[in-house]
Each structure stands twice: as C-alpha cells, then as structure tokens.
Design a protein around this ligand. Structure first.
Ligand code: G6P
Length: 767
C-alpha cells in the first residue's frame, strides 16, 4: 500500500508540475508580448507628438532648441531618454544620461533612414534591456534627421520573473495539499476498508463469519466481497462435507451425502445425463424497479430437488414464470443456476396466459389437487382446462426431447401431477430413455380418483413411465387399485408393477426428505440459539415465554385454520398459557388467482385477528400471522427459536416442513406436533401425532409439547433427527435413480423378454 501511495503521489507531483509549468509558460509569453506591444505603442505616440517640434527646430538649426526639447520630454515613465540625429547618423541632441548608454548608433536608426519609416527594436544597453524607437524627420519629403526614443524594457523581464516565482509557489502549495489529500483518501477509502475486508475474509476462511454477511462500509469492494463470500461458503461446505465423510468413515456409517450422491449418479448415469422436469422452477427472476431479484419459491419439491441437481450437473426443465425470466436466459432459454454459484442448467419453457390458466390453475390445481387431497374441497373439471393440460404436456415433452436429443439413454425424472401425460409422450419418441415420474401428492382410493372424467388418459400417460414413485406404500396401493379398476393391464402385486401395451412400470414408495447436512452446517447458525427467541420476539414486538411456529404455503390442505382453532382451544382450556404462549404462522400466499385460495388467505387473516382480539393483552398476543415469502434463512431462525412446530395438514403427501424443523434443531430441543394424515407421520413416530380435525387433541398435544419432561423431549428429538439424517434427500434421489437405472429399457429388450411374469393378474377396464 505504501508503494501505491508513493507512486500515486509522485505521479500527481509530476503531473501537476508539468501542467502548471505549461500554463505559466503560456501566461508569461502572453504577458510579455502585451507589455512589449504596450511599450511600442507608447513610443509611437510619443514619437508622433515630438516629431513636429523637432523638425521645426532642425529647420532653424538651433541645437539649443533641440536640446531643450529632448530634456523636456526626457523624464516620462520608463523613458530612458530621447536623442536626435542628422541624416548621417551624427547625434545632434540627447537626454542627459542616455548619451553614455548609447555608445553606438542604434540599428533602428539605419532601418528608419533606409526604409524612410519608423522602426523599433529591443536591444541591450549594457546589462539592461531597452526599446529603441526611431522616426525619420522630414523637410519637403527629404529626410533631415532621425528622432530616437529609448524606453527602459527591463521591467518586462522583471514581470516575467514575477510570474514564474508565483508559479513555483503555487505548485509547491498544490503539491503539498494534493499529496496530503491523496494520503488521507488512500488511508480512509483504500487502506482502511481493504484492511477490514482482509480481516473479514480471514474470518470467512476460518468459518467464523456467515458467508452472506457483507463486509462493513466497503461499497466499492462489494462485488468482490460477494464473490469471496460465495467462494468461502463453498469452501466451508466442502470442508464440512470432508469432515462429515471422515466422521462417517470413522463411525462406520453409510450416510448419504451430496458427495456420495454425485459419485453414485456418475456411476449410474455414465455418459448419460439427468433431466428433471417440473412446473415450478427453482429460481424465479423478477424486476423490482431497476434491480433484478432472484427468488426461491416456497415449494417442497424445489427444496428436495435442488440439492440433487447441484450434485450431478443435470438439467432442470421448468415453466419460466418470473416477470424477468426472459431477460436472464440465453438464446436457447438456458440459464445457469444457482445464480451465485452455478452448478446446473435451468431450461425455461414459456406458457401464454391461456395455457397457464387452463393447465396450471385449472386442471392441475382446481382439478387434480383437490382430487388427490382429501380435504373436502370439490374438484372442478373443465374440458377447456383438460385441453390446455394436454397441450402444455406436449409442449414440455417437445422441450425435453429437444434438450436430450444428443444424449444416449437419458434419465428423466418427471415431477408431480402437472405432468401425468409426459412419461408416455417422451417414451413414445425415445424408447431408450429411462423415465420416472414422482407424484409428490397423495393418490386417493379408486372411488375418489374415479370421479375424474379423464382418469384413463391420465393413468395411461403415467404408465408410459418405467417407474412411478409415491411417498408412501398406501399411495402405491391406491394407484395400483385405480389402474386395476380403470384400465386394461396386468398387475403384478408381488413386484408392484403394471404391464400395459408390452411395457412394464414399477410402482414404489420413495419417502422424500431434506438436505440434513445443509441444515447442520456451521454457516447456517450465525446466532446462538438461546439468543434467537428474545431477538425474534423483540422484532415482532411481542412479549411471550413460549413460542410455537408453523410454516406453510397458504393452502386449504395445510389445516392452518384448524391450527389456529387448536391454539384458541388451548387458551380456553389452560388460561395459564395466556400471556405466555405465542404461535407464529409464516404463510406464503399461494395460487391466489384461484378464488378458493384467495378466500382462504382472507379467512386465515380474519381468524388470527378474531382470536387475537379475544385474548390479546398488553404486549402479548396469541397468534402472529406473517404473510409473505420468507427465505430459508429467516425460516430457520424461527425453527431454531421455537418450543414446538405445528404441522396440521388435513392431507399431505409427505410434508417437508416437519423434516426441515427437525434438521434445524441441532440443539436437540423442541417438539413436533404432526398431523397423522401426512406422509411424514409414517416415519416420524416420535412426533406428537394428532388428528387436525380434533381441536382438543391438537390443543392437548401443544400443552404436552410445552410440558414434556426435557429428557423425553430430547430423546424424541434425537430419534427423529436420526431418522431424517439417515433418510435424507440424497438417499431418496440415490434410491430412486438406482431403481430407475436398473430398469431394462424397451429398445434394449428383445421382444421375447416381454413374456410371462409369474403372479400376474389380468384385469379389464372398469365401466
Ligand atoms: C406442492 C406440489 C409441488 C408444488 C408446490 C408449490 O408441494 O407437490 O409440485 O410446486 O406444492 O405449489 P406451486 O403451485 O406454487 O408450485
């Protein structure tokens, strides 16, 4: 830094000096020529006014008159004197004092006589500079003599020297001030911030600061800081993964990690590539004024699949739904994500308003969603929605087929109820592709599913897949029973597979999960847990002792209203918890374009208000409803601070909030109250299982969660955490893909192999 300061200062000194000198030189030249011109003009004026008198005196030939004239005019400012010569150059009269200086005849005299016009020169009279002006004197057009006017010109030189002196003084002062200012700026704006940034980077490297925290007051370093933070985060994650691997090796455990999944996928995929297709994209770009923002949507599917894609550099094909999505893709609709640290490619597919309305809001979310969730909202089946659903499935199939055209034996994981027709559409064109579809929501019993007018088309589309995954066994059974009732096919109840049109489809449960290691990594815990609760309550402006939390999309399947009513029941039955227990509900508005969802959002707000109005006292209130999209980081703060987490879905495929809560509780504190109608309830037997329709039971479970002996709470939490840790999302993806890669794809299978499979039962379609 010293070298930079010295270089900066020397460059400034040289620059300033050169510029000042150039300006001063120019100024001196101008000043000099002005003064000279002024002197010449003065000599001319004096010459003209004297010439008449001198000519007359010359006519009379009186030297005394001449002498008197020259003496009279000889004492003007800067005038050294006047002399009169005859036409031969003999001096006739001269001002006293000038005589000794004018030792020789001035050059200008000859010039005036020869040229017969006035002439002027700057000459040196001894050491002094002078200006000699000569004017021919006439009688009848004959030159009879010459008048010489001599001015002192030394003051012009003195003036120039004065200007130069001033220049040097100015340069000196400027150099001093500029050097001082430069030093201060370097110190304040460079040395200081860089020093602090270096400290911050050191802390990052050592893992002491959260990667997302920016260094203080270093605006110009922010882009660099951002890169460094991302780099350090990757470094910490790698370090953490390596330590974790070492720990696991040491403990002889075979836990699934991102690294293990990456190796597993490489071995399974070989030269092939993984393609994931879903409706919801993992990163949504939107414009907020002039800035471009990236948002990760609230979706269990995104939470689960993001770490998988990161681990294998695959491609994710999804609907580009953000208002700035088109700005961020390249010419083939690709964008590398995550934006901060690209690991895989997102291919966006564009839908127009009608398509989105019919396929997404209509058929998928007003038809299939309520059809599959037994939550007592009636499904709506409109023909136009169904047509859009088919059209969009075809559109996605075209996009996927285009993306994988150069990939041999591609592996495709289709996600969810938005794309029931996609497996068949892909398989028809690419029989060598391995296609799985994972159904993230429940599959109801055949009677419930049978009300869908297009159930056979949906089932046929799904059975194009080689593998269909559900969260739990009962959904697989429901699915096979539905196929059994609706389609002509052969069902192998031992292997849980369906054969239709000479194609086998395996149906298996794969309980989805979360990235447990990520929740445990040190970067995710910036504040000590015991500090978190008072801090959060202070931010909310609430005084409370106990804290409960719920995190959901605002969806009627999540049982949010039932949860609020259970809190109300708790306060009615156990007044002890008034003034003490506060429940915070984080609710991300979802699908609000659909009236049912729009109304639900209002109902949730109104219900929270009603219960608060009934019980609220001083700075305490029973329910805080935080409406909006909250980042994983913010949500984790609540998970870690809460005494309990309430998951009261009326029906849910899995529910990853329950698992995220457990993963966040590395302090092994906190209790989970969990609806028995979630897929998660099958695995998490140590949760306090409730029927969310039974408000008293939920209220009792809340009370028990708060009053449970600490050892029991810890033991339950430890067991549940172990379950989630072992059955994490990497295991889910690893198992699913391993199973899919075991499938013999049609193109590679000889026709004879489609023969008899033992235990097969043939059925015919239901009427
Ligand atoms: C459920 C579905 C997902 C969906 C998510 C969010 O988890 O299974 O497919 O992405 O809800 O819903 P949204 O309609 O906002 O994508």
């Amino acid at each position: 830094m010293r070298l930079i300061s010295a270089r900066l200062i020397v460059s400034l000194i040289v620059g300033i000096t050169l510029v000042s000198l150039a300006f001063s030189f120019y100024e001196v030249q101008i000043e000099k020529s002005n003064l000279r011109r002024d002197l010449e003009r003065r000599a001319e004026v004096l010459g003209e006014s004297l010439a008449g008198n001198v000519e007359r005196s010359l006519e009379k030939s009186t030297t005394r008159d001449l002498q008197r004239i020259v003496e009279r005019f000889g004492n003007r400012e800067h005038l050294l004197g006047i002399a009169v010569y005859d036409q031969q150059g003999a001096r006739l009269a001269v001002t006293p004092g000038l005589g000794q200086r004018l030792v020789s005849t001035p050059l200008a005299l000859d010039q005036a006589v020869i040229g017969n016009h006035p002439a002027g020169n700057f000459v040196y009279l001894g050491p002094e500079s002078a200006h000699v002006y000569t004017l021919p004197l006439h009688r009848d057009d004959q030159i009879i003599g010459v008048l010489a006017i001599v001015h002192d010109a030394s003051y012009i030189g003195a003036q120039s020297r004065h200007v130069w002196r001033q220049t040097f003084q100015r340069v000196l002062v400027q150099v001093f001030l500029i050097s001082l200012i430069t030093l201060l700026i370097v110190r304040w704006s460079l040395t200081g911030p860089i020093g602090r940034a270096a400290q911050w980077m050191r802390a990052l490297r050592m893992g002491g600061v959260s990667g997302r925290q920016s260094p203080p007051d270093c605006d110009f370093l922010r882009p660099l800081a951002h890169e460094v933070a991302t780099f350090a985060q990757s470094l910490n994650q790698a370090r953490f993964a390596a330590e974790n691997e070492a720990r696991l090796r040491d403990a002889g455990e075979s836990l699934w990690t991102a690294e293990r999944l990456a190796v597993h996928l490489q071995a399974r995929l070989g030269d092939s590539r993984l393609f994931v297709v879903s409706n919801r994209e993992p990163y949504i770009h939107s414009r907020q004024g002039k800035t471009l923002e990236v948002m990760v949507p609230a979706s269990g599917l995104v939470t689960a699949l993001e770490p998988v894609l990161r681990a294998c550099d695959g491609m994710w094909v999804a609907h580009g739904s953000g208002d700035a999505d088109r700005e961020t893709v390249d010419s083939i609709d690709h964008v590398a994500v995550p934006p901060d640290d690209p690991r895989y490619t997102l291919r966006r597919v564009w839908l127009d308003k009608d398509e989105e309305e019919g396929y997404y809001y209509g058929f998928a979310n007003e038809g299939l969603w309520p059809l599959c969730h037994i939550a007592h909202t009636r499904p709506l089946f409109r023909t136009s929605d169904w047509e859009h659903y088919q059209q969009v499935n075809r559109k996605f199939a075209d996009a996927v087929l285009e993306e994988m055209k150069d990939t041999e034996r591609p592996v495709i994981l289709v996600q969810d109820y938005h794309f029931a027709l996609l497996p068949r559409l892909i398989k028809e064109k690419r029989p060598d592709a391995r296609v799985a579809i994972f159904w993230h929501i429940p599959w109801p019993n055949p009677e419930a599913f049978g009300i869908c007018p297009w159930q056979r088309e949906l089932l046929d589309g799904l059975l194009g897949a080689d593998l269909i995954g559900f969260h739990v066994q009962s959904h697989c059974t429901n699915f096979l029973q539905t196929v059994d009732r609706a389609l002509e096919s052969r069902i192998d109840w031992e292997r849980f597979s369906v054969q239709r049109r000479d194609h086998d489809t395996m149906v298996q449960p794969f309980p989805i999960s979360v990235d447990f290691t990520d929740a445990e990594s040190p970067a995710s815990t910036p504040v000590c847990d015991s500090m978190e609760r008072p801090l959060l309550l202070k931010e909310l402006g609430v005084d409370a002792v106990f804290l409960g939390v719920g995190v959901d999309r605002v969806d009627y399947t999540k049982g949010i209203l039932e949860r609020f009513l259970a809190v109300e029941r708790l306060l009615e039955k156990y007044p002890l918890y008034r003034d003490r227990f506060t429940f915070v509900q984080i609710g991300a508005p979802s699908r609000t374009h659909i009236k049912r969802y729009h109304d639900l959002l209002n109902d949730v707000e109104a219900e929270a208000e009603r219960i608060n109005w009934r019980f609220q006292r001083n700075k305490w209130k029973p329910i805080v409803f935080l409406k909006g999209q909250y980042s994983h980081r913010e949500i984790h703060r609540y998970y870690r601070a809460a005494d309990l987490c309430l998951v009261t879905s009326l029906h849910d495929g899995m529910n990853l909030v329950a698992k995220e809560f457990l993963a966040a509780r590395h302090d092994e504190q906190g209790a989970l109250v969990l609806s028995r109608f979630t897929g998660a309830a099958r695995e998490l037997r140590d949760a306090l299982l409730v029927n969310p329709y039974d408000l008293s039971q939920t209220a009792e479970a809340i009370r028990f969660a708060l009053e449970m002996p600490p050892e029991e709470r810890r033991a339950r939490m430890q067991r549940m955490r172990r379950t989630v840790r072992e059955n994490n999302v990497y295991r889910w993806a690893g198992n699913l893909i391993a199973e899919l890669c075991e499938v013999r794809v049609e193109a590679a299978r000889p026709a004879a192999a489609a023969a008899h499979i033992s235990g097969i039962q043939t059925n015919s379609p239901a009427a």
